[in-house]
Design a protein around this ligand. Structure first.
Ligand SMILES: Cc1cc2nc3c(=O)[nH]c(=O)nc-3n(C[C@H](O)[C@H](O)[C@H](O)COP(=O)(O)O)c2cc1C
Ligand SMILES: Nc1ncnc2c1ncn2[C@@H]1O[C@H](COP(=O)(O)OP(=O)(O)OP(=O)(O)O)[C@@H](O)[C@H]1O
Ligand SMILES: [Mg+2]
Length: 510
């Protein structure tokens, strides 16, 4: 088998280790699932090209191991029985399409071309075939790899199947070492400076490979395998973040327009299975909501999510685009359940990458215990992270665009982080004009039924105020609350409400 032979004959020890691990994962999958139950998701990209050849080798080695005799290499090479699926999109590069089709012909792949969107296509496929596991060329540096392992069930909202990622731990360099060592064909775009290929709308050659366009001729690029730093593989992908950065928020806060100030919103996300199980009581939400309110930010939502990357990512993605700021706590640290930072990375569609500055802080904090090859805690969302350092804090706060990750685990720690955060925002003139809310509370012995209609009229008359009501017990007094940024408006609303009832029906409470 030519792939296995090429790797065995190579003296690249790192590549051999990666190859052996990938083959092991493939063989495990082939032992767990029948051949009809597996499929390979192939799209002509470099990672899936590597995986194609690994699967060919893995299948050959699996078969020869199973038969206790060497499988006839010709047989195994001619019949590659794993079903291949290609989601063809109208925005795919023509070079990718032609390479994918040519490869399918050369290796006699049974390839299904699916022209539906990914989810719908997978749903239809899984209905029609007994497929239970899909091989993917996902690597740890890909934004979509966050939280995945070599065997990862598909995420919530996707049809159920096992994602098998044999090259999850491969680096950009490993990919090129494999393709060049095995001398296999790859898509021609990689020789024209493309280093990671998405759609024609979001992919250009990697500027780091440019050799310029002297004499006004077309700009030329070096081939992808010459990219010196694999972390910059996606530099040719055009980013499209939907969220607003904090600078946009600061403009909002400085606005002279009172209404705009009122509409600034924040949302709070707590991460922790234990909160959902009811095992621990979450006191931080109360503290944080109170603090946010005290500086004039309207808290639009408080959510609790499970300790898993996808749940965190979904919630952050939803909240970051709807709110000016998002505050998230819980699930920060080195434990398996500490998935918050990875979830934030996934929400922004960026990968986790080692952050030297953060690692330095951790080294001071934990000393030698964290100086291993891979300090997971020192990985932060790439390209969007700002560390907010304050002398009172042992470890800086992490800000990813408009998402602030708090590490507090109790109220005292939250108080301290909050004080630092406020100082930071003030020194950066972010909060200069954020007017605090003014509130008034009136207690009454009127029943809910008596109060309901007149109160709803007041709400219509004063849409710029938050007017609410609550009671601490069914029999006790009803408390009506008025929140807003304009004292006169609050006084007017209070007066208007009192006028609708007998004098003395309401008394102000603190
Ligand atoms: C076979 C297959 C299975 C996938 N399963 C999932 C999944 O379970 N969860 C998920 O969030 N995305 C899933 N995706 C989507 C990918 O993570 C990714 O969003 C998609 O391939 C587009 O990648 P791009 O934005 O880099 O082009 C799947 C994609 C494919 C092809
Ligand atoms: N349109 C598609 N059809 C089938 N599989 C796909 C498709 N898009 C992505 N995949 C699967 O997801 C994997 C990861 O995609 P990704 O774009 O990161 O890698 P790639 O396309 O193989 O290489 P590159 O990083 O150079 O684009 C692919 O290797 C493939 O298994
Ligand atoms: Mg790709």
């Amino acid at each position: 088998m030519e792939i296995d032979k090429a790797i065995r004959e190579s003296d690249d020890r790192r590549l051999k280790t990666k190859y052996n691990n990938a083959i092991y994962v493939i063989q495990r999958a082939l032992a767990l699932y029948s051949i009809e139950e597996v499929a390979f998701s192939f799209n002509g990209g470099k990672d899936s090209t590597v995986l194609l050849h690994l699967l060919r080798a893995g299948y050959y080695l699996y078969k020869s191991g199973q038969d206790h005799s060497t499988c006839d290499p010709d047989d195994c090479e001619i019949t590659f029985p794993i079903r291949v699926i290609y989601f063809e999109s109208p925005s795919a590069f023509p070079e990718i399409n032609s390479f994918t089709y040519d490869t399918a012909t050369s290796f006699k792949l049974q390839m299904d071309i699916i022209r539906l969107d990914l989810k719908a296509g997978l749903e239809a496929l899984l209905k029609a075939m007994p497929i239970r596991a899909i091989f993917l060329g996902v690597r740890i540096g890909d934004p979509t790899a966050v939280g995945q392992e070599q065997f990862s069930p598909s995420s919530a909202g996707w049809p159920p199947f096992m994602r098998v990622n044999p090259i999850l731990d491969w680096s950009y360099r490993d990919i090129w070492a494999f393709l060049l060592t095995c001398k296999v064909r790859y898509c021609s775009l990689y020789d024209q400076g493309y280093t990671s290929i998405g759609s024609i709308h979001d992919t250009v050659p990697n500027a780091l490979l440019s050799i310029g366009n002297a004499n006004n001729v077309e700009e030329k690029f070096k081939p992808a395998y010459l990219l010196p730093d694999g972390r910059l593989e996606r530099a040719g992908r055009i980013k499209n973040f939907s969220s607003r950065p904090l600078s946009a928020i600061s403009n909002g806060l400085k606005s002279e327009d009172g209404h705009r100030k009122c509409t600034l919103t924040a949302s709070v996300i707590a991460v922790g299975d234990e909160i959902l199980f009811g095992t621990v009581e979450d006191r931080l939400a109360l503290t944080l909501c109170r603090k946010l309110h005290s500086i004039g930010l309207a808290v639009s939502q408080f959510a609790v999510t499970k300790s898993d990357v996808d749940s965190v990512a979904e919630e952050v993605e939803r909240q970051k685009s709807r709110n000016d700021m998002v505050f998230i706590y819980g699930g920060v640290g080195p434990l398996h359940s500490d998935v918050t930072v990875a979830g934030v990375a996934k929400a922004f569609g960026v990968r986790m990458a080692p952050d030297e500055e953060f690692e330095e802080y951790l080294r001071h904090l934990i000393g030698e215990k964290c100086t291993g090859d891979r300090n997971e805690m020192a990985q932060l969302p790439e390209g969007i992270t700002e560390l907010l350092h304050h002398e009172q804090l042992l470890v800086p706060l992490i800000k990813c665009q408009n998402v602030i990750i708090l590490t507090a685990t109790n109220v005292a720690e939250m108080d301290q982080e909050w004080d630092c955060l406020i100082e930071f925002m003030r020194s950066d003139s972010l909060l200069v004009a954020a007017e605090p809310f003014i509130s008034k509370r009136l207690a009454t012995t009127l029943s809910d039924v008596e109060a309901a209609h007149p109160l709803s009229e007041i709400c219509i008359e004063f849409p710029d105020l938050y007017i609410g009501g609550y009671r601490e017990s069914r029999k006790g007094p009803l408390v009506v609350t008025f929140e807003g940024k304009d004292q006169e408006r609050i006084n007017a609303a209070v007066e208007a409400l009192c006028k609708k009832f007998q004098p003395g029906s309401f008394s102000e409470v603190n």
